[in-house]
Design a binder for this molecule. Structure first.
Ligand SMILES: NC(=O)c1ccc[n+]([C@@H]2O[C@H](COP(=O)([O-])OP(=O)(O)OC[C@H]3O[C@@H](n4cnc5c(N)ncnc54)[C@H](O)[C@@H]3O)[C@@H](O)[C@H]2O)c1
Length: 249
C-alpha cells in the first residue's frame, strides 16, 4: 500500500453514503487522517468501522448549509488533529428538476442551501484553517449537469455551475498562498442519489457515456484522491469531467 495522503488531515462532507463514503475509506487507506462528516448520523458507524480496521478516522456531524454547524466541524477538526490540509466538498442533494414552470422558490432554496451555500460555507471556514496549516487542497463536487445543457435539471445544474465558479475563485484568490482548488464533474454514478431519481436514470446515463456504462463511486473518489495528493501539485482552478466521455460529443 502506498501512502499518497500520508498524515494529510482531510474533511470529507457527505461521507456517510455514496461517493463520500467510498472516498473516506480510500483516503484513509492512503494515510490520510479523515474527518467523516455528514448530516446523516450513519457516518458515525462508518468512522467506527474504519477505525476498527486500523484506519485514522474521526466522526463529526455537520449540515453544510448551517454556518454554526460548519464552524463546529472546523473547530472539532483542529481540536482533534491540529491542522487541516484537504477539504473534499462532496455533500450534495438532487432535485429541482422537471417542469420549470412548476418549480417553486422553496425548491430553489432547498437545493441551493445544501449545494452552493454548503460549498461557500465550507470554503469560507476551512480556508483560514488551511492557510494556518501552510496550504492545502480544496476539491468540490459539481456535475456533468453543470457542463451541458439538460432539459430538466434546472436548479441542480445552476447550483453545480455556481460551485465550479466559486471553487475557481478560491483557486484564484489563494493560489499564491499554497491552496489549490479544483472541481470534479461526475457523470452518472451508481449511488442512492441516482436510485432516488428513478430506476432508468443510470441506464439512460450509461447510454450517454462513450464507455457504455455509469461510473462506480470509487472511479470518482480516485480522482479526488489524486487532486488531494501532491501528485496534483500544479493543478488548480480546473473543473474535471469524470463522466465516461458524456461531454466529449
Ligand atoms: N451520483 C451521481 O450520479 C452524481 C453525479 C454528479 C454529481 N454527483 C454529486 O456527487 C456528490 C455525492 O453524491 P452521491 O451520488 O454520493 O449521493 P448520496 O446521496 O449517495 O450521498 C450524498 C451525501 O451527502 C449528504 N448530505 C446531503 N445534504 C447534506 C448537508 N446539508 N450537509 C451534509 N451532508 C449532506 C447525504 O446525507 C449523503 O450522505 C453530490 O455532490 C452529488 O451532487 C453525483
Amino acid at each position: 500500500m502506498t501512502e499518497r495522503l500520508k498524515n494529510k488531515v482531510t474533511i470529507i462532507t457527505g461521507a456517510a453514503n455514496g461517493i463520500g463514503r467510498v472516498a473516506a475509506e480510500l483516503f484513509a487507506r492512503e494515510g490520510a487522517k479523515v474527518v467523516i462528516s455528514d448530516i446523516d448520523p450513519g457516518g458515525s458507524q462508518w468512522a467506527d468501522e474504519l477505525r476498527a480496521q486500523g484506519l485514522e478516522t474521526f466522526w463529526h456531524p455537520c449540515d453544510v448549509s448551517d454556518e454554526d454547524s460548519v464552524k463546529s466541524l472546523i473547530s472539532a477538526t483542529l481540536d482533534h488533529y491540529g491542522q487541516l490540509d484537504v477539504l473534499y466538498n462532496n455533500a450534495g442533494v438532487e432535485g429541482g428538476d422537471g417542469n420549470l414552470t412548476k418549480l417553486t422558490v422553496d425548491d430553489w432554496q432547498r437545493l441551493t442551501d445544501a449545494n452552493a451555500r454548503g460549498v461557500f460555507l465550507m470554503c469560507k471556514h476551512a480556508v483560514p484553517a488551511m492557510l494556518d496549516s501552510g496550504g492545502g487542497s480544496v476539491i468540490s463536487t459539481a456535475s456533468v449537469a453543470a457542463l451541458i445543457g439538460g432539459p430538466v435539471l434546472h436548479i441542480y445544474s445552476a447550483n453545480k455551475a455556481a460551485i465550479i465558479s466559486l471553487t475557481r475563485s478560491v483557486a484564484a484568490t489563494y493560489g499564491r498562498k499554497g491552496i489549490r482548488a479544483n472541481t470534479i464533474c461526475p457523470g452518472f454514478v451508481g449511488t442512492d442519489m441516482v436510485a432516488r431519481l428513478g430506476e432508468n436514470v443510470l441506464e439512460a446515463g450509461a447510454k450517454m457515456s462513450l464507455l457504455g456504462r455509469g461510473a462506480e463511486p470509487h472511479e470518482i473518489a480516485q480522482v479526488a484522491l489524486f487532486l488531494a495528493s501532491d501528485e496534483a501539485s500544479y493543478i488548480t482552478g480546473v473543473a474535471i469531467p469524470v463522466d465516461g466521455g458524456v461531454t466529449a460529443v
